[in-house]
Write a protein that binds this ligand. Structure first.
Ligand SMILES: NC(=O)c1ccc[n+]([C@@H]2O[C@H](COP(=O)([O-])OP(=O)(O)OC[C@H]3O[C@@H](n4cnc5c(N)ncnc54)[C@H](OP(=O)(O)O)[C@@H]3O)[C@@H](O)[C@H]2O)c1
Length: 377
């Protein structure tokens, strides 16, 4: 990704400082509860996409769910208890600190929030699940890297800016480890997709296909070299709850099935009903014309041109599969995302992907006589 472009979670990737990845990925399952037991869960968050999905599934399974958040991002799942608190305030955990929890699910990337929660609640939780990110890794160049890869250096900031997202997630992981490896699960999620995605990334290609099935579609011409590896939000949530019930510990990359970007686009075209022509643009030309990579307004969503980022959506992921992660086929994720995209409206302004007008403009510019086309390399 060039020029500090954003990473999978919508935050800017920065330094490549290396730090050793602690050996906690070898910690075994140590705190299993009886199968079918009702769990008492505390979700630190729960008012946004993944946290609400975890809560909904947990409630459907008969668990009790308390969410602690400000309530700014949205509502908690129906049936969950929402404790409203600002986690930057000193009394944030007062309403829940006397209770005991089978599992606490922490979703924050702010070191201060994570540290204060650990100080207030860690002793009262049997199991602590930290949702981390693939953005913790120092390099994204290698295809098939696993949990042993080196990490970024943690940030010293207590309250980090979005440009330090990866470094902040590392600091949060280290804080969780420092509070005790026993009963700790760190789930490093890759790109999350599926219905409800607030980033608009995973739905771009199928929404584009469905928006105008006959019109020429702009695609990067190196789609066979780029990878997409999207974990469905429902599968991630489901696996985290399996882990909560089992007391699964250790560190896991949780990633979706790996496809080429070209295959993801083809699947999206089939599901969205696009039969018009593809117009392939060299990635140098796209970058020169200001088309964003991966995410953001007027981007080609999920596309990464920089060879140093070829591994970002191409991690190994076998460890979580071995620990029971079940992934639905990408076609199902795309189909369900299209249904959700239709509800939102296919012509709405998007947070990720090209608008119809910009796409047409780029296609016209590419076709213009004498259009300069730098080599794709
Ligand atoms: N999206 C991706 O592709 C991707 C990839 C890798 C990893 N991840 C990780 O996956 C998780 C996604 O979680 P999510 O979808 O539930 O969304 P999120 O936006 O990361 O969740 C943030 C939660 O924290 C709460 N929060 C924020 N500031 C707060 C404050 N000052 N006090 C109390 N609560 C506060 C928010 O609630 P209120 O605003 O209501 O307070 C919200 O419920 C995150 O850990 C993210 O880093 C995402």
């Amino acid at each position: 990704m060039r020029g500090g472009a954003s990473n999978a979670s919508g935050h800017r990737a920065t330094s490549r400082n290396l730090s050793e990845n602690p050996p906690a990925f070898r910690v075994a399952t140590i705190c299993r509860v009886a199968a079918g037991s009702q769990l008492k869960l505390l979700v630190l968050g729960g008012t946004a996409w993944l946290g609400r999905e975890i809560s909904s599934q947990a409630l459907a399974q008969g668990h009790s769910v308390t969410c602690l958040a400000r309530g700014v991002s949205g509502p908690a799942a129906a049936g969950a208890r929402l404790v409203r608190a600002d986690r930057f305030e000193p009394d944030a955990y007062d309403a829940v600190r006397e209770e005991h929890w089978d599992a606490v699910v922490e979703l924050s990337w702010q070191p201060r929030m994570v540290r204060t929660a650990l100080a207030a609640l860690r002793d009262r939780a049997r199991h602590w699940i930290y949702v981390s990110s693939g953005s913790v890794y120092a390099s994204h160049a290698a295809i098939g890297a696993d949990e042993t890869a080196a990490l970024l250096a943690p940030t010293d900031e207590d309250r980090a800016g979005a440009e330090l997202y990866g470094e902040a997630k590392v600091a949060c992981e280290l804080a969780c480890r420092a509070a005790g490896e026993a009963g700790l699960l760190i789930a490093r999620s890759g790109l999350i997709a599926g219905p409800g995605d607030p980033s608009d990334r995973g739905g771009y290609w199928v929404a584009r296909a469905a928006r105008d099935g006959g019109a020429a579609m702009l695609v990067p011409d190196d789609g066979d070299r780029a990878s997409v590896q999207a974990i469905d939000v429902r599968d991630l949530a489901s696996w985290l709850l399996v882990c909560a019930a089992r007391g699964e510990c250790g560190t896991y990359d949780v990633v979706g099935e790996r496809l080429t970007l070209a295959a993801w686009v083809e699947l999206s075209r089939r599901i969205g009903g696009h039969s018009g022509p593809l117009v392939r643009a060299p990635h140098g030309w796209l970058l020169q014309h200001g088309v964003g990579e991966f995410m953001g307004e007027e981007s080609l969503a999920l596309w990464l041109a920089d060879p140093q980022w070829r591994g970002f959506c191409a991690r190994d992921g076998s460890r979580a599969l071995g620990a029971g992660l079940k992934r639905r086929p990408p076609a199902e994720t795309i189909t369900d995302t299209l249904a959700w995209e239709r509800q939102l409206g296919l012509t709405r302004p998007r947070r990720a992907g090209l608008s119809a007008a910009r796409e047409a403009e780029l296609i016209a510019a590419l076709a213009a006589p004498g259009a300069s086309r730098p080599p794709a390399g």
